[in-house]
Design a protein around this ligand. Structure first.
Ligand code: BES
Ligand code: MN
Ligand code: ZN
Length: 503
Protein backbone atom coordinates (compact mmCIF):
# COMPACT_ATOMS: atom_id res chain seq x y z
CA UNK A 1 0.00 0.00 0.00
CA UNK A 2 1.35 3.40 -1.00
CA UNK A 3 0.52 6.65 0.77
CA UNK A 4 1.01 10.19 -0.47
CA UNK A 5 -0.10 13.70 0.33
CA UNK A 6 -0.85 16.51 -2.11
CA UNK A 7 -2.95 19.55 -2.89
CA UNK A 8 -5.81 19.02 -5.36
CA UNK A 9 -9.29 19.96 -6.54
CA UNK A 10 -11.89 17.40 -5.39
CA UNK A 11 -13.89 17.10 -8.62
CA UNK A 12 -10.73 16.74 -10.74
CA UNK A 13 -9.24 13.73 -8.93
CA UNK A 14 -8.81 10.81 -11.34
CA UNK A 15 -9.20 8.29 -8.56
CA UNK A 16 -11.11 5.11 -7.85
CA UNK A 17 -12.84 6.94 -5.03
CA UNK A 18 -12.89 10.43 -3.57
CA UNK A 19 -13.74 10.52 0.12
CA UNK A 20 -15.30 13.64 1.63
CA UNK A 21 -17.00 14.40 4.91
CA UNK A 22 -20.58 15.39 5.74
CA UNK A 23 -21.50 16.85 9.13
CA UNK A 24 -24.61 15.81 11.02
CA UNK A 25 -27.17 18.56 10.47
CA UNK A 26 -26.23 19.06 6.82
CA UNK A 27 -23.21 21.37 7.04
CA UNK A 28 -20.59 20.48 4.43
CA UNK A 29 -16.81 20.94 4.77
CA UNK A 30 -15.18 23.09 2.05
CA UNK A 31 -13.98 20.13 -0.08
CA UNK A 32 -17.45 18.57 0.00
CA UNK A 33 -18.99 21.90 -1.04
CA UNK A 34 -16.67 22.08 -4.07
CA UNK A 35 -17.55 18.52 -5.04
CA UNK A 36 -21.25 19.22 -4.55
CA UNK A 37 -21.08 22.28 -6.74
CA UNK A 38 -19.33 20.38 -9.55
CA UNK A 39 -21.94 17.60 -9.27
CA UNK A 40 -24.85 20.03 -9.59
CA UNK A 41 -25.70 19.73 -5.87
CA UNK A 42 -26.22 15.97 -5.95
CA UNK A 43 -24.75 15.75 -2.45
CA UNK A 44 -26.88 18.50 -0.95
CA UNK A 45 -29.93 16.78 -2.46
CA UNK A 46 -29.01 13.46 -0.86
CA UNK A 47 -28.53 15.10 2.49
CA UNK A 48 -31.80 17.04 2.21
CA UNK A 49 -33.70 13.87 1.33
CA UNK A 50 -32.24 12.08 4.35
CA UNK A 51 -30.08 9.55 2.48
CA UNK A 52 -27.00 10.72 4.35
CA UNK A 53 -27.48 11.81 7.96
CA UNK A 54 -23.86 12.74 8.59
CA UNK A 55 -23.92 10.64 11.78
CA UNK A 56 -20.34 9.89 12.78
CA UNK A 57 -18.94 6.76 11.10
CA UNK A 58 -21.89 6.41 8.71
CA UNK A 59 -20.92 6.13 5.03
CA UNK A 60 -22.64 6.38 1.66
CA UNK A 61 -21.05 5.23 -1.58
CA UNK A 62 -22.02 7.03 -4.80
CA UNK A 63 -21.16 5.96 -8.34
CA UNK A 64 -20.31 8.06 -11.36
CA UNK A 65 -21.55 11.43 -10.20
CA UNK A 66 -21.91 13.83 -13.14
CA UNK A 67 -19.13 16.40 -13.31
CA UNK A 68 -16.80 14.35 -11.06
CA UNK A 69 -13.63 12.79 -12.48
CA UNK A 70 -13.42 10.03 -9.86
CA UNK A 71 -15.29 6.77 -10.44
CA UNK A 72 -16.85 6.88 -6.99
CA UNK A 73 -17.53 9.29 -4.19
CA UNK A 74 -17.67 8.08 -0.60
CA UNK A 75 -19.47 10.34 1.85
CA UNK A 76 -18.26 9.93 5.41
CA UNK A 77 -20.39 11.08 8.33
CA UNK A 78 -18.41 13.32 10.69
CA UNK A 79 -21.01 13.79 13.42
CA UNK A 80 -21.92 17.22 14.77
CA UNK A 81 -19.52 20.06 13.92
CA UNK A 82 -17.04 20.64 16.75
CA UNK A 83 -17.82 17.35 18.49
CA UNK A 84 -15.18 15.22 16.87
CA UNK A 85 -12.88 13.59 19.44
CA UNK A 86 -10.04 11.12 19.08
CA UNK A 87 -12.22 8.06 19.62
CA UNK A 88 -14.82 9.02 17.01
CA UNK A 89 -12.12 10.08 14.56
CA UNK A 90 -10.72 6.55 14.68
CA UNK A 91 -14.20 5.07 14.28
CA UNK A 92 -14.83 7.26 11.23
CA UNK A 93 -11.52 6.27 9.64
CA UNK A 94 -12.23 2.58 10.24
CA UNK A 95 -15.67 2.99 8.67
CA UNK A 96 -14.13 4.76 5.66
CA UNK A 97 -11.63 1.97 5.00
CA UNK A 98 -14.22 -0.75 5.58
CA UNK A 99 -16.40 0.95 2.94
CA UNK A 100 -13.45 1.41 0.55
CA UNK A 101 -12.51 -2.22 1.05
CA UNK A 102 -15.99 -3.18 -0.16
CA UNK A 103 -15.37 -1.49 -3.53
CA UNK A 104 -13.02 -2.53 -6.34
CA UNK A 105 -11.28 0.88 -6.14
CA UNK A 106 -7.48 0.60 -6.39
CA UNK A 107 -6.86 4.25 -5.55
CA UNK A 108 -8.54 6.65 -3.16
CA UNK A 109 -8.23 10.40 -2.55
CA UNK A 110 -9.16 11.36 1.00
CA UNK A 111 -10.26 14.89 1.89
CA UNK A 112 -10.13 14.22 5.56
CA UNK A 113 -7.34 16.30 7.01
CA UNK A 114 -8.68 19.72 6.01
CA UNK A 115 -11.54 21.38 7.72
CA UNK A 116 -13.11 20.06 10.91
CA UNK A 117 -11.75 16.57 10.82
CA UNK A 118 -8.18 16.79 12.00
CA UNK A 119 -8.43 20.14 13.76
CA UNK A 120 -10.22 18.78 16.78
CA UNK A 121 -8.04 15.71 17.05
CA UNK A 122 -5.00 17.64 18.29
CA UNK A 123 -3.29 16.33 21.40
CA UNK A 124 -0.77 18.26 23.44
CA UNK A 125 2.06 16.70 21.45
CA UNK A 126 0.70 16.43 17.97
CA UNK A 127 -1.19 18.49 15.44
CA UNK A 128 -4.63 17.20 14.53
CA UNK A 129 -3.60 16.64 10.94
CA UNK A 130 -0.60 14.52 11.92
CA UNK A 131 -2.77 12.57 14.33
CA UNK A 132 -5.41 11.86 11.67
CA UNK A 133 -2.78 10.86 9.11
CA UNK A 134 -1.30 8.30 11.52
CA UNK A 135 -4.68 6.85 12.39
CA UNK A 136 -5.79 6.77 8.76
CA UNK A 137 -2.66 4.87 7.76
CA UNK A 138 -3.19 2.41 10.63
CA UNK A 139 -6.87 1.96 9.70
CA UNK A 140 -5.96 1.36 6.04
CA UNK A 141 -3.32 -1.20 7.00
CA UNK A 142 -5.74 -2.89 9.40
CA UNK A 143 -8.28 -3.34 6.59
CA UNK A 144 -5.66 -4.75 4.25
CA UNK A 145 -4.31 -7.20 6.83
CA UNK A 146 -5.04 -10.88 6.22
CA UNK A 147 -4.64 -13.60 8.83
CA UNK A 148 -5.60 -16.54 6.61
CA UNK A 149 -2.15 -17.52 5.32
CA UNK A 150 -2.53 -21.03 6.77
CA UNK A 151 -5.93 -21.72 5.21
CA UNK A 152 -5.78 -24.09 2.25
CA UNK A 153 -7.52 -21.39 0.19
CA UNK A 154 -6.43 -17.97 1.47
CA UNK A 155 -8.79 -15.09 0.66
CA UNK A 156 -8.19 -12.33 -1.86
CA UNK A 157 -5.64 -9.64 -1.11
CA UNK A 158 -7.05 -6.14 -0.64
CA UNK A 159 -7.50 -4.22 -3.91
CA UNK A 160 -6.92 -0.73 -2.53
CA UNK A 161 -3.27 0.06 -3.26
CA UNK A 162 -2.83 3.84 -3.43
CA UNK A 163 -4.10 6.26 -0.83
CA UNK A 164 -3.68 10.00 -1.25
CA UNK A 165 -4.41 12.52 1.47
CA UNK A 166 -5.66 15.39 -0.63
CA UNK A 167 -5.94 18.94 0.66
CA UNK A 168 -7.41 22.17 -0.68
CA UNK A 169 -4.49 24.26 0.58
CA UNK A 170 -0.86 23.33 0.18
CA UNK A 171 -0.18 20.64 2.80
CA UNK A 172 2.33 21.52 5.52
CA UNK A 173 5.79 20.16 4.68
CA UNK A 174 5.98 18.55 8.14
CA UNK A 175 3.20 16.12 7.20
CA UNK A 176 5.28 14.16 4.67
CA UNK A 177 7.65 12.69 7.29
CA UNK A 178 4.61 11.90 9.46
CA UNK A 179 3.19 9.90 6.56
CA UNK A 180 6.43 7.94 6.13
CA UNK A 181 6.64 7.32 9.87
CA UNK A 182 3.05 6.08 9.97
CA UNK A 183 3.61 3.76 6.99
CA UNK A 184 6.77 2.27 8.55
CA UNK A 185 4.90 1.85 11.84
CA UNK A 186 2.06 0.09 10.02
CA UNK A 187 4.57 -2.28 8.39
CA UNK A 188 6.06 -2.98 11.82
CA UNK A 189 2.59 -3.69 13.21
CA UNK A 190 1.92 -6.03 10.32
CA UNK A 191 5.05 -8.03 11.15
CA UNK A 192 4.11 -8.13 14.84
CA UNK A 193 0.57 -9.28 14.01
CA UNK A 194 1.71 -11.95 11.59
CA UNK A 195 4.17 -13.39 14.11
CA UNK A 196 1.65 -13.14 16.97
CA UNK A 197 -1.03 -15.02 15.06
CA UNK A 198 1.27 -17.89 14.05
CA UNK A 199 0.57 -21.06 16.04
CA UNK A 200 3.05 -22.36 18.59
CA UNK A 201 4.01 -25.31 16.38
CA UNK A 202 5.22 -22.90 13.70
CA UNK A 203 6.41 -19.93 15.72
CA UNK A 204 8.99 -21.65 17.94
CA UNK A 205 12.00 -19.95 19.56
CA UNK A 206 14.09 -21.11 16.55
CA UNK A 207 11.52 -19.58 14.19
CA UNK A 208 11.69 -16.23 16.00
CA UNK A 209 15.48 -16.39 15.77
CA UNK A 210 15.26 -17.09 12.03
CA UNK A 211 12.94 -14.10 11.54
CA UNK A 212 15.32 -11.89 13.53
CA UNK A 213 18.24 -13.08 11.39
CA UNK A 214 16.17 -12.33 8.27
CA UNK A 215 15.59 -8.76 9.54
CA UNK A 216 19.37 -8.44 9.85
CA UNK A 217 19.75 -9.65 6.26
CA UNK A 218 17.10 -7.23 4.95
CA UNK A 219 18.56 -4.19 6.73
CA UNK A 220 22.28 -3.43 6.71
CA UNK A 221 21.76 -1.29 9.81
CA UNK A 222 20.68 -4.34 11.88
CA UNK A 223 23.07 -6.95 13.21
CA UNK A 224 21.41 -10.05 14.69
CA UNK A 225 23.05 -12.58 16.96
CA UNK A 226 21.52 -15.67 18.54
CA UNK A 227 22.78 -17.25 21.75
CA UNK A 228 22.16 -20.95 22.41
CA UNK A 229 21.39 -22.67 25.72
CA UNK A 230 25.06 -23.52 26.30
CA UNK A 231 25.94 -19.82 25.94
CA UNK A 232 23.19 -18.89 28.41
CA UNK A 233 24.54 -21.52 30.77
CA UNK A 234 27.97 -19.85 30.61
CA UNK A 235 26.39 -16.47 31.34
CA UNK A 236 24.70 -17.96 34.40
CA UNK A 237 21.13 -17.47 33.20
CA UNK A 238 19.70 -20.04 35.61
CA UNK A 239 16.34 -18.30 35.78
CA UNK A 240 15.73 -18.20 32.03
CA UNK A 241 16.94 -21.78 31.62
CA UNK A 242 14.59 -23.01 34.39
CA UNK A 243 11.61 -22.03 32.22
CA UNK A 244 12.71 -23.95 29.13
CA UNK A 245 13.56 -27.17 31.00
CA UNK A 246 10.24 -28.85 30.22
CA UNK A 247 10.43 -28.10 26.48
CA UNK A 248 11.93 -30.08 23.61
CA UNK A 249 12.48 -26.84 21.67
CA UNK A 250 15.83 -25.19 22.40
CA UNK A 251 15.62 -21.72 23.96
CA UNK A 252 17.20 -18.79 22.08
CA UNK A 253 18.45 -15.44 23.26
CA UNK A 254 18.16 -13.12 20.30
CA UNK A 255 19.79 -9.69 20.03
CA UNK A 256 19.31 -7.21 17.22
CA UNK A 257 21.62 -4.20 17.21
CA UNK A 258 20.46 -1.24 15.14
CA UNK A 259 23.09 1.42 14.47
CA UNK A 260 21.62 4.68 13.22
CA UNK A 261 23.83 7.10 15.16
CA UNK A 262 27.41 7.53 16.25
CA UNK A 263 28.77 4.33 17.82
CA UNK A 264 29.46 6.24 21.03
CA UNK A 265 25.81 7.12 21.54
CA UNK A 266 24.27 4.92 24.24
CA UNK A 267 21.50 2.69 22.88
CA UNK A 268 17.89 2.33 23.91
CA UNK A 269 17.33 -1.35 24.63
CA UNK A 270 13.96 -3.02 23.98
CA UNK A 271 13.47 -6.35 25.74
CA UNK A 272 10.53 -8.47 24.52
CA UNK A 273 9.04 -11.51 26.27
CA UNK A 274 9.20 -14.35 23.77
CA UNK A 275 7.31 -17.28 25.30
CA UNK A 276 6.17 -18.99 22.11
CA UNK A 277 3.68 -21.05 24.12
CA UNK A 278 2.76 -20.71 27.78
CA UNK A 279 0.99 -23.79 29.13
CA UNK A 280 1.83 -22.69 32.67
CA UNK A 281 4.32 -25.55 33.04
CA UNK A 282 3.79 -27.82 36.07
CA UNK A 283 1.44 -25.12 37.44
CA UNK A 284 -0.66 -25.98 34.39
CA UNK A 285 -3.21 -23.47 33.14
CA UNK A 286 -6.88 -24.46 32.77
CA UNK A 287 -7.84 -25.68 29.27
CA UNK A 288 -10.25 -22.92 28.28
CA UNK A 289 -8.65 -20.45 25.87
CA UNK A 290 -5.22 -21.93 26.48
CA UNK A 291 -4.63 -21.63 22.71
CA UNK A 292 -4.33 -17.87 23.26
CA UNK A 293 -1.06 -18.46 25.04
CA UNK A 294 0.53 -18.69 21.58
CA UNK A 295 0.32 -14.89 21.90
CA UNK A 296 2.72 -14.95 24.83
CA UNK A 297 5.51 -13.87 22.45
CA UNK A 298 3.77 -10.63 21.45
CA UNK A 299 6.34 -8.60 23.41
CA UNK A 300 9.06 -10.20 21.26
CA UNK A 301 6.98 -9.60 18.12
CA UNK A 302 6.59 -5.91 19.03
CA UNK A 303 10.36 -5.61 19.38
CA UNK A 304 10.88 -7.14 15.93
CA UNK A 305 8.16 -4.91 14.43
CA UNK A 306 9.63 -1.80 16.01
CA UNK A 307 13.19 -2.68 14.92
CA UNK A 308 11.92 -3.12 11.37
CA UNK A 309 10.08 0.23 11.50
CA UNK A 310 13.08 2.21 12.72
CA UNK A 311 15.39 0.54 10.20
CA UNK A 312 12.93 1.38 7.41
CA UNK A 313 12.94 5.00 8.60
CA UNK A 314 16.69 5.09 9.16
CA UNK A 315 16.19 6.78 12.54
CA UNK A 316 19.31 8.50 13.81
CA UNK A 317 19.78 6.69 17.09
CA UNK A 318 21.07 3.37 18.39
CA UNK A 319 18.59 0.72 19.47
CA UNK A 320 19.12 -2.84 20.66
CA UNK A 321 16.40 -5.49 20.70
CA UNK A 322 16.80 -8.35 23.19
CA UNK A 323 14.46 -11.32 22.96
CA UNK A 324 14.55 -14.22 25.39
CA UNK A 325 12.59 -16.94 23.59
CA UNK A 326 11.42 -20.32 24.87
CA UNK A 327 8.37 -22.46 25.61
CA UNK A 328 6.81 -23.07 29.03
CA UNK A 329 5.72 -26.72 29.13
CA UNK A 330 5.36 -29.47 31.74
CA UNK A 331 7.47 -32.64 31.57
CA UNK A 332 9.45 -34.96 33.84
CA UNK A 333 12.36 -32.55 33.53
CA UNK A 334 10.33 -29.38 34.04
CA UNK A 335 10.92 -26.95 36.88
CA UNK A 336 8.63 -27.66 39.87
CA UNK A 337 6.96 -25.32 42.36
CA UNK A 338 9.39 -24.83 45.23
CA UNK A 339 12.49 -25.13 43.04
CA UNK A 340 15.13 -22.47 43.68
CA UNK A 341 17.25 -21.09 40.84
CA UNK A 342 20.09 -18.58 40.57
CA UNK A 343 19.61 -15.73 38.14
CA UNK A 344 22.41 -14.13 36.09
CA UNK A 345 22.41 -11.25 38.61
CA UNK A 346 23.36 -13.72 41.36
CA UNK A 347 20.03 -13.25 43.13
CA UNK A 348 18.24 -16.51 43.96
CA UNK A 349 14.55 -17.09 43.18
CA UNK A 350 12.10 -19.51 44.72
CA UNK A 351 9.69 -20.52 41.96
CA UNK A 352 6.34 -20.93 43.70
CA UNK A 353 4.33 -20.91 40.48
CA UNK A 354 5.84 -22.06 37.19
CA UNK A 355 3.16 -20.05 35.37
CA UNK A 356 4.82 -16.82 36.49
CA UNK A 357 7.52 -17.57 33.89
CA UNK A 358 7.66 -14.28 31.98
CA UNK A 359 9.49 -12.51 34.80
CA UNK A 360 11.89 -15.47 35.04
CA UNK A 361 13.10 -15.11 31.46
CA UNK A 362 12.94 -11.29 31.52
CA UNK A 363 15.06 -10.90 34.65
CA UNK A 364 18.04 -12.60 32.98
CA UNK A 365 17.47 -10.71 29.72
CA UNK A 366 17.36 -7.44 31.73
CA UNK A 367 20.61 -8.27 33.53
CA UNK A 368 22.15 -9.17 30.15
CA UNK A 369 20.98 -5.82 28.71
CA UNK A 370 23.35 -3.91 30.99
CA UNK A 371 26.22 -5.08 28.76
CA UNK A 372 25.06 -2.63 26.09
CA UNK A 373 25.67 0.30 28.46
CA UNK A 374 22.11 1.47 27.80
CA UNK A 375 20.68 4.96 27.91
CA UNK A 376 17.27 3.43 28.63
CA UNK A 377 15.82 -0.09 28.80
CA UNK A 378 12.16 -0.81 28.05
CA UNK A 379 10.73 -4.29 28.43
CA UNK A 380 7.50 -5.33 26.77
CA UNK A 381 5.61 -8.37 28.02
CA UNK A 382 2.27 -10.15 28.11
CA UNK A 383 3.09 -10.52 31.76
CA UNK A 384 -0.01 -10.76 33.93
CA UNK A 385 -3.66 -11.70 33.63
CA UNK A 386 -4.16 -9.20 36.48
CA UNK A 387 -3.28 -6.37 34.07
CA UNK A 388 -6.28 -7.35 31.93
CA UNK A 389 -8.46 -7.14 35.04
CA UNK A 390 -7.04 -3.72 35.97
CA UNK A 391 -6.97 -1.94 32.60
CA UNK A 392 -9.05 -4.12 30.27
CA UNK A 393 -8.13 -4.11 26.60
CA UNK A 394 -7.69 -0.35 26.22
CA UNK A 395 -4.46 0.66 27.94
CA UNK A 396 -1.19 -1.18 28.44
CA UNK A 397 0.21 -1.08 31.97
CA UNK A 398 3.26 1.13 32.38
CA UNK A 399 5.87 1.14 35.14
CA UNK A 400 9.11 3.07 35.34
CA UNK A 401 11.91 3.86 37.76
CA UNK A 402 12.09 7.38 36.27
CA UNK A 403 9.07 9.65 35.98
CA UNK A 404 10.40 11.58 32.97
CA UNK A 405 10.65 8.35 30.97
CA UNK A 406 7.14 7.35 32.04
CA UNK A 407 5.80 10.71 30.85
CA UNK A 408 7.56 10.41 27.49
CA UNK A 409 6.12 6.94 26.94
CA UNK A 410 2.62 8.05 27.95
CA UNK A 411 2.86 10.99 25.53
CA UNK A 412 4.08 8.75 22.68
CA UNK A 413 1.12 6.49 23.40
CA UNK A 414 -1.31 9.42 23.07
CA UNK A 415 0.35 10.57 19.87
CA UNK A 416 0.10 7.14 18.29
CA UNK A 417 -3.28 6.35 19.94
CA UNK A 418 -1.67 3.27 21.48
CA UNK A 419 -2.13 4.31 25.05
CA UNK A 420 -0.61 3.19 28.32
CA UNK A 421 -1.50 3.96 31.94
CA UNK A 422 1.04 4.28 34.71
CA UNK A 423 0.83 2.09 37.82
CA UNK A 424 2.90 2.50 41.01
CA UNK A 425 6.22 0.81 41.68
CA UNK A 426 6.29 1.78 45.35
CA UNK A 427 8.62 0.06 47.80
CA UNK A 428 5.54 -0.81 49.87
CA UNK A 429 4.78 -3.68 47.48
CA UNK A 430 8.25 -5.26 47.54
CA UNK A 431 7.81 -7.30 50.78
CA UNK A 432 5.12 -9.36 49.00
CA UNK A 433 8.01 -11.05 47.18
CA UNK A 434 9.88 -12.07 50.36
CA UNK A 435 10.80 -15.77 50.52
CA UNK A 436 11.91 -17.83 53.52
CA UNK A 437 14.42 -19.77 51.43
CA UNK A 438 15.69 -17.55 48.59
CA UNK A 439 16.33 -13.87 47.89
CA UNK A 440 12.81 -13.59 46.52
CA UNK A 441 9.87 -15.66 45.33
CA UNK A 442 8.45 -15.33 41.84
CA UNK A 443 4.87 -14.48 42.85
CA UNK A 444 3.35 -11.99 45.25
CA UNK A 445 -0.16 -13.36 45.63
CA UNK A 446 -3.39 -12.25 43.96
CA UNK A 447 -3.51 -8.68 45.26
CA UNK A 448 -1.81 -6.22 42.93
CA UNK A 449 -0.54 -9.01 40.68
CA UNK A 450 0.53 -6.65 37.90
CA UNK A 451 2.43 -4.45 40.33
CA UNK A 452 4.24 -7.28 42.12
CA UNK A 453 5.32 -8.67 38.73
CA UNK A 454 6.80 -5.26 37.89
CA UNK A 455 8.38 -5.10 41.37
CA UNK A 456 10.05 -8.43 40.65
CA UNK A 457 11.57 -7.02 37.44
CA UNK A 458 12.64 -3.81 39.21
CA UNK A 459 15.08 -5.87 41.29
CA UNK A 460 17.08 -6.50 38.13
CA UNK A 461 17.03 -2.99 36.65
CA UNK A 462 18.65 -0.88 39.33
CA UNK A 463 21.64 0.14 37.21
CA UNK A 464 19.80 1.97 34.44
CA UNK A 465 16.73 3.97 33.50
CA UNK A 466 13.98 1.46 32.87
CA UNK A 467 10.32 1.10 31.96
CA UNK A 468 8.08 -1.94 31.76
CA UNK A 469 5.00 -2.28 29.55
CA UNK A 470 2.50 -5.01 30.49
CA UNK A 471 0.63 -5.69 27.24
CA UNK A 472 -1.40 -8.71 28.43
CA UNK A 473 -4.68 -6.88 27.68
CA UNK A 474 -3.67 -5.04 24.51
CA UNK A 475 -1.51 -7.37 22.39
CA UNK A 476 -4.37 -9.42 21.00
CA UNK A 477 -8.14 -9.65 20.76
CA UNK A 478 -10.18 -12.69 21.79
CA UNK A 479 -13.45 -14.16 20.59
CA UNK A 480 -14.81 -13.61 17.10
CA UNK A 481 -12.22 -10.94 16.38
CA UNK A 482 -9.37 -13.13 17.62
CA UNK A 483 -6.06 -11.81 16.37
CA UNK A 484 -2.93 -9.91 17.29
CA UNK A 485 -3.25 -6.11 17.36
CA UNK A 486 0.34 -5.11 16.61
CA UNK A 487 0.43 -3.09 19.82
CA UNK A 488 2.58 -1.55 21.24
CA UNK A 489 4.59 -1.07 18.01
CA UNK A 490 2.96 2.38 17.48
CA UNK A 491 3.84 3.56 21.00
CA UNK A 492 7.42 2.26 20.83
CA UNK A 493 8.09 3.55 17.33
CA UNK A 494 6.66 6.98 18.19
CA UNK A 495 8.80 7.13 21.33
CA UNK A 496 11.91 6.33 19.29
CA UNK A 497 10.95 8.86 16.58
CA UNK A 498 10.60 11.47 19.33
CA UNK A 499 13.92 10.46 20.85
CA UNK A 500 15.57 10.77 17.43
CA UNK A 501 14.33 14.36 17.33
CA UNK A 502 11.50 14.10 14.81
CA UNK A 503 7.94 14.92 15.78
N1 BES B 1 1.37 -15.09 29.95
C1 BES B 1 0.72 -15.06 31.21
C2 BES B 1 -0.08 -13.79 31.43
C3 BES B 1 -1.39 -13.70 30.71
C4 BES B 1 -2.47 -14.46 31.11
C5 BES B 1 -1.56 -12.80 29.70
C6 BES B 1 -3.68 -14.34 30.46
C7 BES B 1 -2.77 -12.65 29.07
C8 BES B 1 -3.83 -13.43 29.44
C9 BES B 1 1.74 -15.16 32.34
O1 BES B 1 2.84 -15.94 32.07
C10 BES B 1 1.05 -15.79 33.49
O2 BES B 1 0.66 -16.91 33.38
N2 BES B 1 0.90 -15.04 34.57
C11 BES B 1 0.22 -15.51 35.72
C12 BES B 1 0.98 -15.03 36.92
C13 BES B 1 0.52 -15.63 38.20
C14 BES B 1 0.82 -17.11 38.25
C15 BES B 1 1.20 -14.91 39.35
C16 BES B 1 -1.20 -14.95 35.71
O3 BES B 1 -1.39 -13.80 35.30
O4 BES B 1 -2.10 -15.69 36.06
MN1 MN C 1 2.48 -17.99 32.54
ZN1 ZN D 1 3.35 -16.11 30.10
Amino acid sequence: MEFSIKQGIPDKQRSGCVVVGVYEGGKLPAATQLLDKAAKHAIKDLVARGDMSGKSASTLLLHKLPGIAAERVLLAGLGKPGELDNKTSVEILRAVFTALNGTPAKTAALYLIDEGFGKDAATSTSSGQAWIIRQAVFAAAEQAFRADGLKSKPGKAATLKNITFTTLDKPAAALKPVLDQAAATAHGMELAKTLGNLPGNVCTPAYLAARALALGKAHKSIKTTVLEEKDMQKLGMGSLLSVTRGSEQPAKLITLEYHGADKKQKPIVLVGKGITFDSGGISLKPGAEMDEMKYDMCGAASVLGTMQAIAELGLKLNVVGVIPACENLPSGRATKPGDIVTSMSGQTIEILNTDAEGRLILCDALTYSAKFNPDTVIDIATLTGACVIALGHVASGLFSNEDKLAKELLAAGEQAHDRAWQLPLWEDYQPLLDSNFADMQNIGGRAGGTITAACFLSRFTKDYRWAHLDIAGTAWKSGKEKGATGRPVPLLTQYLINRAGGK
